[in-house]
Design a protein around this ligand. Sequence first.
Ligand code: V47
Length: 385
Amino acid sequence: MSVAPSPSPPTADVRVRDAALEPIRDAALAGRRITFEQGMTLYRTRDVPGLLRLADAVRARIVGEKAYFVHSLRLSQTNVCYVGCTFCGFARKMDEEGVWDYDLEDVWAYVDTHLHPDLTEIHIASGHHPKRPWQYYLDLVRGLTERYPGVQVKAWTAAEIHHFTKITRPRLTYREVLAELKEAGLVAMPGGGAEIFAEDVRRRIARAKVTAEGWLEVHRTAHELEIPTNATMLYGHVESLEDRLDHMDRLRDLQDETGGFMSFIPLAYQPDNNPLAAELEAMGKRVHTTGLDDLRNLAVARIYLDNVPHIKGYWIMITPEQTQLSLAAGVSDVDGTIKDERIAHASGAVTEAGMTEEELVRLIQDTGRIAVRRDALYNEVRVFE
Ligand code: V47
C-alpha cells in the first residue's frame, strides 16, 4: 500500500553556510536518499538556519504548500496501566487515587458531550488494563463506528495491540487482533508506544513494554492489512542523537517495505510527575527540550524520512507558537483540535487540552501556508482559501 501524496516540482537553490551540508542538500532536493552519517551531520551542524531552510524545501518538494489538521477528539477511556514506563505520569494502578476506567456507556456519554458536526476522528490513547476483556475493545470500536457515522476511529498503539494478544485465550496473533479490530471499524492506528527503539534506552525507560521489534512487527502487519499508521519518537530524556537517528532509520527501512506510515511525530518529553523526571532531577539533569532542539529534530526527520509523507508538529507538547515556527522547519501537519488531551498534561504539558478549528486555521494561515482540514487518512475535507 502507499499513502504518499503527489510531489510538487523540485525547489531551487537553498543557501547553506556549512559546507558539509552542501552534498546533503543536493541529494535531498534531487530526491536522493541521504546516509546515516549524513543524518548525523544534520543533527550536529551549527548552521541551524541552513538546516531549517533545507527541511522547508524538502517539505515543499514532497508535500507542497498545504498544511493539514484534523477535527479530532482524544479519548482516553482509562488511565489504568500496569506497564510502568518511567517517563509516564498518566498511568495509575486500579486502586490508586485519580484513576478512571470507562464502561461502554461512559464512553458514549463522553463522546456525546464532545460531539461536534465537523468531528472526523476519534483518536483513542489509553493504558494496558489488566482486567478488561478483548470483547470490550471490539465493542468499543464497533459501538463508536455505528453510533457516530462519518467519524473515523484511530485506535491503540502497537504496545496495546501487543497487550491484546496477551489477554486473548487462545492467544491471538497480531494479524488476528488487527483483522478483528478492522472488521469492527478501525480505520487507522496512532504512532504511540514507539518511545526509542535503541535497546539500552528502551530497557531503562520502558522495560515491560513491547520490544522495538514487536512494535515494528505490529505496524508491518497493520500495513499488510491495509491499516495505515503513524509513528512517534519520544525524545529529550536520556537518549543520544545517534539513538534518535537509529529510530528514524528503522522506520525508514520499514516504510520502504510497506509504505503504510502516514506521518512521523516526534514527542517532546514532558518532565513532570513521572519517575524518570525524579531520576533526572536527582542527577541534576531535569530539563525540558529547547525550542531549538524541537525544530532541529523536526527538520532532521523531514530530510531523513524521505519516504514518509508528513512530519507532524504536535502542538500539545511543543506549544502552538513553536508549532507555528515548525511549519518553516519541515512540518506539514499540526495534528488537530483534540479537545481533551490527558497523557502529556499528566506530565506537566503547559498547553491547553484542545484548540478550536479557527485557532488552528489561523496558526497555519499566518505562516502563508494553505490550511486543509483532513480526515484520519489524509483525505482532504475542506481547503481554507
Ligand atoms: O505512547 C507518554 C508518549 C504517547 C510522555 O499518531 C509522553 O497521530 C512525552 O502517541 N512526555 C501518546 N511523551 C501520544 C501519541 C500521539 C500523539 C499525537 C499524535 C499521534 C498520532 C500519537 O505519548 C505515548 C508515549 O509515547 N508519552 N508520556 C511524556 N511524559
